[in-house]
Design a protein around this ligand. Structure first.
Ligand code: DON
Length: 309
């Protein structure tokens, strides 16, 4: 069924779009600078398979940090909860997503959670496979399955651009290698991680992935279980506690839904048992979250009582 454009949703997009002028597109990954800061689009998928949308939902964007939730799910499937959380913690940091500071402060050193870059790199390290190519294909196939779209691919341009400029992520990896959190070649791990972050889709794909998390791991129209309910539960919990990094507390108060942002301007939302949500708005606030995307969610949450709390 095609996604219906919604007049009501469009009104919210128009309102939230006013905030794009206060943000700016990410520039530390050079390829992301090309985004149009005025863009804002949203899609909402419901368990009965119906979908509503507003804005230019055909625009594609890379997952960036949204991919961290998906690799966490795959690592939990591959290695189990006990193994994963031996290497990565459960706690929010209150620091920016790429901060290195807590790695040194904790003894023994361990990334505080799987949503910050250090934790996500440690999680990607856990994805099983015979080679980097094999591990990437496993991640991509999992994403395609979640989105119900076998055409989802990755942007070679964005992956290359991040790989060539990832000096901070390289230092996080070397620090973790010294402390025994990872033990593979850093360049290879970064190759895998930057490709994972460069997986590209539109709001519809993202909303469908959100719906699978919202429905505890089952794609509701086909009734196919894509991940164990326990894995979906753990991922959604991290979306609530760490999904917006050091803005997660304010987001929980203002919006109150499991969600995860990426520096490309994407936000995935998983409203338990109700719907999956995909947003794209590349103008970011100072914490790296889509400025108009957050506003859009705040308006929707207030209007339709979405908060879980
Ligand atoms: O590792 C990075 O810096 C990026 N590939 C992802 C960071 C990101 O999306 C942070 N989110 N708001």
């Amino acid at each position: 069924m095609p996604c219906q454009s919604s007049e009501k949703l469009n009104e919210v997009v128009i309102e939230a779009k006013k905030f794009t002028k206060y943000g700016k597109v990410a520039d530390y990954i050079p390829a992301l600078k090309k985004a149009n800061p005025n863009d804002l689009s949203v899609a909402i998928y419901q368990p009965d398979g119906t979908c509503i949308s507003a804005g230019d939902i055909k625009k594609k964007f890379t997952l960036q940090s949204i991919s961290k939730v998906i690799t966490l799910a795959l690592a939990l499937i591959d290695c189990g909860e006990k193994f994963v959380f031996k290497k990565v913690g459960y706690e929010p940091t209150g620091d920016p997503f790429n901060s290195i500071v807590k790695l040194e402060l904790n003894n023994p050193s361990k990334p505080l959670n799987p949503m910050i870059n250090a934790g996500a790199l440690a999680v990607t390290h856990m994805i099983k496979g015979h080679s980097i190519e094999d591990r990437f294909i496993r991640i991509l196939t999992f994403v395609q399955e979640l989105a119900g779209n076998s055409n989802v691919a990755y942007s070679q341009e964005v992956a290359k651009s991040e790989f060539e400029s990832s000096f901070l992520n390289r230092s996080l990896c070397y620090f973790m290698k010294q402390h025994g959190i990872i033990n593979e070649d850093v360049e290879e791990l970064l190759d895998l991680y930057t490709k994972q972050c460069a997986i590209e889709m539109d709001c519809l794909d993202l909303a469908r992935i959100g719906l699978v998390f919202a429905m505890n791991g089952v794609e509701p129209t086909t009734k196919k279980r894509i991940m164990p309910a326990e894995v979906a539960r753990i991922c959604k919990t991290f979306m609530v506690t760490c999904g917006m990094y050091n803005a997660s507390g304010e987001f929980a108060v203002r919006v109150g839904i499991p969600a995860k942002s990426g520096v490309s301007g994407g936000i995935i939302g998983a409203i338990p048992h109700r719907f999956g949500l995909g947003i794209f708005g590349p103008a970011l606030d100072e914490k790296g979250n889509s400025i108009a995307g957050l506003k859009l969610l705040e308006i929707l949450s207030t209007k339709y009582s979405l908060s879980m709390f």
